[in-house]
Design a protein around this ligand. Sequence first.
Ligand code: DGY
Length: 418
Amino acid sequence: RARLASQAAQILRENDRGAYTVPTKGLYPFQWNWDSCLTALGFASFDEDRAWREMETLFAHQWPDGMVPHIVFHQEDEGYFPGPEVWQTERPVPTSGITQPPVAGFAARRIHERSADKAESARRAAALVKKIDRWHAFLYTARDPRREGLVAIIHPWESGRDNAVDWDEPFRRVPHEGIAPYRRRDVEHADPAHRPTKEQYDRYLWLLEHFRHHGWDNELLHDVSPFRVVDPGFNAILIRSCADLAALAEELGMDAIARANRARAEKGLKALERLWSEAHGQYLCLDRTTDALIDSPSVGGLIPLLAAIPEVRARALGSRIEALGARCRFVVPSHDPADPRFDAKRYWRGPAWLIVNYLIADGLVAAGMDRVAEAIRASSLELIEKGGFAEYYDPMTGEPCGGNRFTWTAAMVLEFLN
Ligand code: DGY
């Protein structure tokens, strides 16, 4: 235990660039949004000041419209594509033009709860609460223009689950002709068989160029995007962050923000019901361009455990995770191994990820399913013991995949040991 914790802390220090951390050397040389917020939780176990700074740095680059970008390009680095010259978002410090799962509200509340110096923590939390509230407001307007209580992502990168099977069907509607020639850099740092395909990259780039052509104007992007998908994972994370932000704001005497976020969480929870699939016993993605559920049993549909979903739903998801556990050696696979589209080593089409395990285990404990949560925790730590701190793992063999000495994996180990 002590050895694992000190190795994990060492990785955080190694990838620390002073005011932000890189997810890993080489493959991801800048600051990523949800990586940072989850990494802050890891820092909080040994350096509270550094934990707050990680999030403060991210939010210093929030857009005037409230969006918090998925990458902040703090320094030049030739080793990543697409870099700032492709995004062209015209920000003082270059950033990408899309967002990522909003875990900030969840992380901020947790860091504050555990803080030793409550007065200092309250001061720093209060400044962040206002910014996180603006991000939530942005998501429930720009990405939910009809005020349904469900926000859409407009690019697979926004889900954090870049090449999930979930996007295969909606991606057929995204063109891929006419994009500028490009050279991928990710496949120079990681095994191409563990990464998204060229066809997927072409479409990632098509969407990027399309949004750039519309001047990154978030009043327009949702409606002009041929890719508009409601991801249960993204929405559940947002709902939980709204609920956590409400609790935190209340404690800090910020009543208007508390009320607004409580209302968002309640509305979101009701709306989430639309994504339930009785046939799969889990939530599914909804294609907003066709208003149909997408037939893809991925881990995105299990993440709602993180939100205060009805007990019957939580129980069903608990059984679903046990069924998945019987189909692989390590939980939780990012896609159901019984589905022919499952791919044990390819990024989000099968591999297990510690951050997802952490979010799901948290929800299971809250729903009183400690035994299932404990199995996830044990599986997570065994993966680390066997394969080191990788980006993700083959759930059949435990083989470490993607980048190594990975920051948020290390942060989650600190959390699991906490
Ligand atoms: C990548 O480049 O692989 C990222 O996941 C996109 O943010």
